[in-house]
Write a protein that binds this ligand. Sequence first.
Ligand SMILES: *Cc1c(COP(=O)(O)O)cnc(C)c1O
Length: 371
Amino acid sequence: MILGNDPILLTPGPLTTSLATKQAMLRDWGSWDAAFNRITGTVCRDLVEIVHGGDEYVCVPLQGSGTFAVEAAIGNLVPRAGKVLVPNNGAYCARIVRICRYLGRAVVDLPIAEDRPVTAAAVAAALAADPAITHVALVHCETGAGLLNDLDGVARVCRAQGKGLIVDAMSSFAALPIDVRQAPLEALVAASGKCLEGVPGMGFVIARREALLASEGNAHSLAMDLHDQYVYMQRTTQWRFTPPTHVVAALRAAIDQFLAEGGQPARGARYAANCAALLEGMRALGFRPLLTPEVQAPIIVTFHAPAHPAYAFRDFYDRVRARGYILYPGKLTQVETFRVGCIGAIDANEMRNVVAAIGATLRDMGIERAA
Ligand SMILES: *Cc1c(COP(=O)(O)O)cnc(C)c1O
C-alpha cells in the first residue's frame, strides 16, 4: 500500500487512506454533470450490494459526518408517535439516546455494562416489558470500547415481535459480515470515512424501500429528510443540495479498491490480522486490553493505561505522534484507557511498527512495563 508521508491514523475515523483514494480528489466536478451523478448512482448500488440488499433495499446518501445520517435515519424511520429502545453499552449508543430526545421521539434507555455485549435475550426482555416500543436502535460495533453486539440475534427478536430495527453499522460496515437477508432491518447507517477507507464527509442510510417510502412526512428537518432526498434523486439522479463531490469521487475509488481486495471477507481478514498483531505486540509490552476476545471486534482496541506515575495520556500521545502514529483517547466513563484502531489502509506490518513506537515511548517516559 502506498501511503505517503503523513502520520498513520490509528483512530476510528478519519482513517489513513491510500494514495489512489487521495488522488481521486484532484478533480472538480459539477453537481449537474451526468458523469458525476453516474458516480453517485454506482456508489449507491455497490453499497446496497455489500449487505446483500438486492432490490428490496435502497441507499440514500447524505452530506455530513456519520452522526448526521444516524439522526436522519431516526428522524425519518421512526414516526413521531414511535418509541425507540436503545440497548446502551457505550458512547455511540448514548448518542442515539440524545438524538431521540432532540427529535422528541420517546426513548427507552436500556443500560448495559460497557464491556458486555447487547444480547437478543436482553432486547427480548425489554420489548416484553414495554409493548409501546416500535423500534430498536442497535449499534453493531460499539466503537466506544470496540465491542461487537449481536446483530443477527437482535434482528431475529425484532422480526419475531414485529419491531423496526435501525442499525448504526458505522464502524462495522464493509469489514464485518452483514447480510440483510438473514438479519432483516428497516435501516442501516454507515459513512464514507470508516471501513470503506474513503474520506469523511458523506453518510448513507441503506433502508428497506417500503419502509423509506412509508416514512414520508416523518422528518423534522428539510436538510435531513431522507425520503425527499431519495425521491428527488430517483427523479433527477442529482443530490438535492450541494453534494460533497470530492468525497463521492474518493469513495468511488475506495470502493473499487475494496472490491479489488476481495470485498468484505478480505477487508475483514486484513483488519483481523491487524488486530491480532496489535494485541500480541501490546501484550508483550505488558498492556491489557479491556475486552475479552469473544466480544472484541477487530476494529479498535481499548487498552488499560499503564498504572505508573510517569504516565499521562497527553505526553504519551505526543511522543507516539512524533514517531508517526496518531492514537485515540479512551471513551469510557469508569477506567483510564486509550484506544488503537486497526482499520484504514494499513496492514499487520504497520501494527508491528506502532507497537515498536509505543515500546520506545514507554522507555523514553521511564516506564519499564505497562502492567
Ligand atoms: C464514527 C461513528 C459514528 C459517527 O461519528 P461521526 O463523528 O459523526 O462521524 C457513529 N457511530 C459509530 C458506532 C461510530 O463508530
